[in-house]
Design a protein around this ligand. Structure first.
Ligand SMILES: Cc1ncc(COP(=O)(O)O)c(C=O)c1O
Length: 399
């Protein structure tokens, strides 16, 4: 029997379809890689994955996951402090801290959870969290959660606007702790946070700086150590949150990297730690192998950078207007949402998987297809994708 509750949801789903915002899932029948097998489509070149270093199907990473499953079984079957934790978690956490350059780290089942843990656990009624306007949804929700459960104040500063941030810091000078949170790389723009200025400003105002490096870990800096390495500021950021679900193997998981005291405090008090299972050991083992692979193969980061700049330049040559930048996130602005969705459908028909994003995910009139290249793409993959862009761009009268 259909309830009025289900009828309401069904009505809203129909409206999503009418508004052109309904998401259809594409099923893959192969590991993530530069080319994947998509149900009903055959082989497609994937330009919409966060598998930046191509490690999700790296033999060493897969083997480590299998060995982890054999050695530790499927999981903890409870919360870490109640049931025991695995030695692989400790080794992984040491590796995360070593990679990003902090004294310690603590793993979570996702970066979403890691972000939610930070302000809600570390702040209280006398404090404030100040967040960049374009921060990831998990940070936005983390601030809302902190306001609700820790009763701290919240504020938002205009995107990457240091003057606006400073005004907010001055207005909050009576707060016991001022916490500033920014993405390292902004995922819809592919732009990098102005970290040197943020570090200087936070020092001057005695604020705690938190950088979510989910898109930057394994991507920025000569050794893939993230936004801090990119700017020569390793060791200068108070807290770094990041994911294991993108460049570092792509399975799942996240971490907070900070001082030993901050990580210990989160171990004691963070609700996603205290009331939820740990990262499955197979995932911890494959993430650990990804970090070790990255440390031994910095040339992967250089390949990623070379592929990103090649693809960006070639799109320009074709007459598109990708946003300028240095990261492997390359958005091509198209204007209307319908144009972005149409373009992504036509590209998929040509065997290239790129997602279109429209309002409200991005501002009105700035709908885009967002290309993400990987170190694993060959020149052939990229050239074939560019040929599809040329054809589709011509069909749509964009170039
Ligand atoms: C900036 C940023 N933070 C956090 C997350 C969440 O990562 P996870 O999938 O590990 O929860 C994402 C994922 O899209 C992200 O882009």
């Amino acid at each position: 029997m259909t309830t009025s509750f289900e009828q309401r949801l069904a009505g809203e789903l129909e409206q999503f379809i009418r508004d052109g915002v309904y998401k259809r899932l594409n099923y893959l029948d192969s590991p993530q890689g530069p080319r994947v097998r998509m149900e009903g489509r055959g082989e497609v070149i994937i330009l919409s994955s966060n598998n930046y270093l191509g490690l999700s199907n790296q033999p060493e990473v897969v083997a480590a996951g299998k060995a982890g499953l054999e050695r530790w079984g499927a999981g903890t079957a409870s919360v870490r402090f109640i049931c025991g934790t695995y030695t692989v978690h400790r080794t992984l956490e040491a590796a995360c801290a070593r990679l990003v350059g902090t004294g310690a780290s603590l793993s979570f089942v996702s970066a979403w959870n890691a972000n939610e843990a930070v302000p809600a656990t570390l702040l209280g009624e006398q404090d404030i969290v100040i967040s960049d306007q374009l921060n990831h949804a998990s940070i936005i929700d983390a601030a809302r959660l902190a306001k609700s459960i820790a009763k701290c104040q919240t504020a938002v500063y205009r995107h990457a606007d240091l003057a606006d941030l400073e005004a907010k810091l001055i207005a909050a000078r009576d707060r016991r702790t001022r916490m500033v949170i920014t993405d390292g790389i902004f995922s819809m723009e592919g732009s990098i946070a102005p970290l040197p200025d943020l570090v200087e400003l936070c020092r001057r105002h005695e604020a705690v700086l938190v950088v979510d490096d989910s898109h930057a870990t394994g991507v920025l800096g000569q050794h893939g150590r993230g936004t801090a390495e990119h700017y020569g500021l390793v060791g200068e950021v108070d807290l770094i949150t990041s994911t294991l679900g993108k460049a570092l193997g792509g399975a799942a998981g996240g971490f907070v990297a900070a001082s030993a005291a901050v990580c210990d405090y989160l171990t004691q008090r963070a609700r996603p730690q205290l009331f939820s299972n740990a990262l499955p050991p197979t995932v911890a083992a494959s993430a650990l192998a990804s970090i070790e692979y990255l440390e031994a193969h910095p040339e992967r980061v250089a390949m990623l950078r070379a592929n990103a700049s090649y693809f960006r330049e070639q799109l320009h040559e074709l007459g598109f207007k990708p946003l300028r930048g240095e990261t492997p996130i390359i958005p091509v602005i198209l204007g209307e949402t319908s144009a972005a969705i149409r373009m992504s459908e036509l590209l998929l028909a040509e065997g290239v998987f790129v997602t279109g994003f429209g309002f409200p995910v991005v501002p009105q009139g700035q709908a885009r297809v967002r290309c993400q290249v990987s170190a694993a793409h060959t020149r052939d993959d990229l050239d074939q994708a560019l040929a599809a862009f040329r054809k589709v761009g011509g069909q749509l009268g964009l170039i």
